[in-house]
Design a protein around this ligand. Sequence first.
Ligand code: ATP
Ligand code: MG
Length: 551
Amino acid sequence: MHIKRNFITRIVKKSISKQPKKKIRTRFPPEPNGYLHLGHAKSIYLNFNIAKKYNGVCTLRFDDTNPKKENIKYIDAIKKDIQWLGLNLYKEPKYTSQYFYKLYKYAIQLIRNNLAYVEELNKKEIKKYRGSLKTPGKNSPFRNRTIEENLLLFKKMKSGIIPEGSMCLRAKINMKSPCMVLRDPVLYRIIFTKHHQTNHEWCIYPMYDFAHCIADALEGITHSLCTLEFQDNRQLYDWILKKLNLNQKPPKQYEFAKLNLEYAVLSKRKLQELIDKKIVQGWEDPRLHTLSGLRNKGYTSNSIKMFCEKIGITKQQNIIELSLLESCIRKDLNMTSPRRMAVINPIKIVIENIPKNHIEYFSAPNHPQIKEMGTRTIMFSQKIYIEKEDFRSTDQSNYKGLILGKKVRLKYACLIKAKKILKNQNNEIAYIVCKYYPEKTKKNKNQKKKYNIIHWISQKSAIPADFQLFDTLFTTKTPEKEKKIIPFYNPQSLIKKKGYIESIIETEIVKHAYQFERIGYFLKKNTHKKHKKYIFNRIVSLKNKYRNFID
Ligand code: ATP
Ligand code: MG
């Protein structure tokens, strides 16, 4: 993948020019407390491509310092997603928990240097003492314990005899610092939950700020790339590494803007809420922008890569249009997806001038641009299906379908004219009676009048199928900004339809997806062979509109 020049590539280039022998090392550090999403893909590609471009190394490190929120199932899901993206950056995945003992020793070193103390104020009190951006913080009454006392209490914390929440270890920096992060940040807390990697070996766990910089230093990371919300934490990152004097050339943190995408939520807290409230069916729901959700819907890893390439890396927060993501998947599928016809909301047509058992065949190209993809034969008979949306009893401007009393072209076949509507007892359309006009000689081609063209399937060759059509999960473009997202849930985000597909689909194997003409790109899901029933997910429509299903 090509990485566009950005402010981080410039920083890396500059550091190489100063130290040509130094190997560039980056890392992608997910917390195993959820599945990866499109924002993580942006971060993964950045870290991976920086390493690749400059002949460096990129590692995957699970940032596993909070057993209360983490789970082995997330580790497995993250590995699977990274593999799907086609990046083998986790030959040896690392875990922050590998360094728990070292981290503990570094905490002791800080205590010994009178740079950390054991706190007994509770969470609420700590918050109160911390002050605000306008008011300076106050020193804790426990701030001036002796080093010996701190050492003893920290060891007690580690031994498991101190209850959760009643003590923690804090750095002794400056309660009046204008940078809130430097107001004696918590470094260690007590948690008795079993850890997925270390079981019950530890009951004290380092905080992100303490563990992350040290893990970076231990792994020789040169450029620690993270998102903008960690900007203030950079001062703490540098403070810890300086005080511990870990390397001569410590790693440096650089921040870039998070990915925000229209209509999508990416924050794990919000994703978790959607799952807990059963608004979606788990992390892999096709309406989510998790990597597994996108994959499940039918997105290719190549389209994700194209998208990440296009959005680039900046320091400015902005919101990316959903149409950009959709244009990437369309582009990726266009050249590889065979064209087929499917009718997803059928209405029946009976052609009066074709005898009941008469069958005709037409030839249809499998791809409009790629001749090598060949042609197929499609069956035409007295009864056919077209889309309900493709029929109107009265004319409307710009209408692209069949109008009562007018002619329409059946794609790859012939002209038909709608003559009358037959209704059932409920006054619904049972079928439409049409007349068929056989094609004249090919010589007349140039004089052909332009007719609307619609897709169709002969009843004799139609195979029943279910279709899942997705719309945006939210009705607002910026759900991430909303405190409460549920009121913005779009009840039309999943629409199920019952229709028909061409029979050829039953027997063929395709590379990835189909383009059902005029409806969009579709992925074949579970096959119920016994019932001859197929399920298709619409990956993306053919144009940028979400609500209507025919373009
Ligand atoms: P959340 O804010 O949803 O909890 P997180 O940042 O805590 O996400 P992590 O698992 O810690 O999730 O993230 C791993 C890496 O991915 C971090 O370096 C983080 O900055 C980056 N990352 C997370 N979300 C995005 C995003 N939307 N765009 C780009 N990078 C992201
Ligand atoms: Mg995080």
